[in-house]
Ligand binder design. Sequence first.
Ligand code: ZN
Length: 315
Amino acid sequence: MDFPIVDLMDPGACYRYLVDLLHPDGLSCPRCHRSDGMGVQARHRAPVLDYRCTHCGRVFNAYTGTPLHGTRRPPAQWVLIFRGFAQGTPTAQLARELGCDRMHLLDLRHRFQERAREPPRRSARSPARRPKRTRCSRMRGKKGVRHPNPDDPPRRRANKRRGHGNFANDRPPVVGVVSRDTGAIVLEVVERTDQETLIAFVTEHTDDGATVYTDEWSGYARLSAEGRGHATVNHTPGQREWARDDDGDGIREVHDNTLEGLWAALRTFLRPFRGISKHYLHQYVAVFQWAYNKVGVAGMVRTLLGLPLSTPTAS
Ligand SMILES: [Zn+2]
């Protein structure tokens, strides 16, 4: 159900929220970086004020030089847009609630979500990391690209082709690692799930000497040669075991239940969008990843704005 609230929100509070996000150290002149000489130049767009720097004469506002530079949307609309993007609200619903054009909003979503791909300054990587890893292939439509062949019309329903998905046959696989220590995840949309791709992904996102828990697909065997400990779980129907106690200490450490649950959560996140272009799937996966890694609301919006997380790592 649509529930428009943009007219109920306090414009001043929304503006201050955006200023705090964009300028965590306080607003200052974008040219000379001084904050002690800002005179109000114009208030016709209040609460967004135009300032003139008394030192260098530069006229600016809180959006100058930021990803919101030159935009005219009311602050309340920006807050609701970022809230919708961060929560995974479908674009059509968000456009109805905001009373704005859906295609324009979709363009905006893709521009901001693309920034979320860039890892924030604070890294999820830790020296003691022991990630595990599995594969996942899912059905995807092919939206947003003009179809060149009229004799081969685009599908109207999900791609039900069986077998391994790959980017070329419109079922781009998503691969992931999750750290046993921190619970942090790294997900990536890949072209295909061949050995070269998977081994490269696992070695890039795990540390030397890490133990990697996977399913029994033979392609992972080379992990040992890459300096990773490797343990597998049997997923073959009829002889399934979801967790196994390899060293007899009573703790069933060889499992990949975390990732199996993660794929279910990712599917749930993606489902309301009713089919995402494979060319933009990586963005939605990135938003899910940052939310899953608990960067917080402000961290999420700063990620969408392409800004570093405001608390640089102390370690
Ligand atoms: Zn100045």
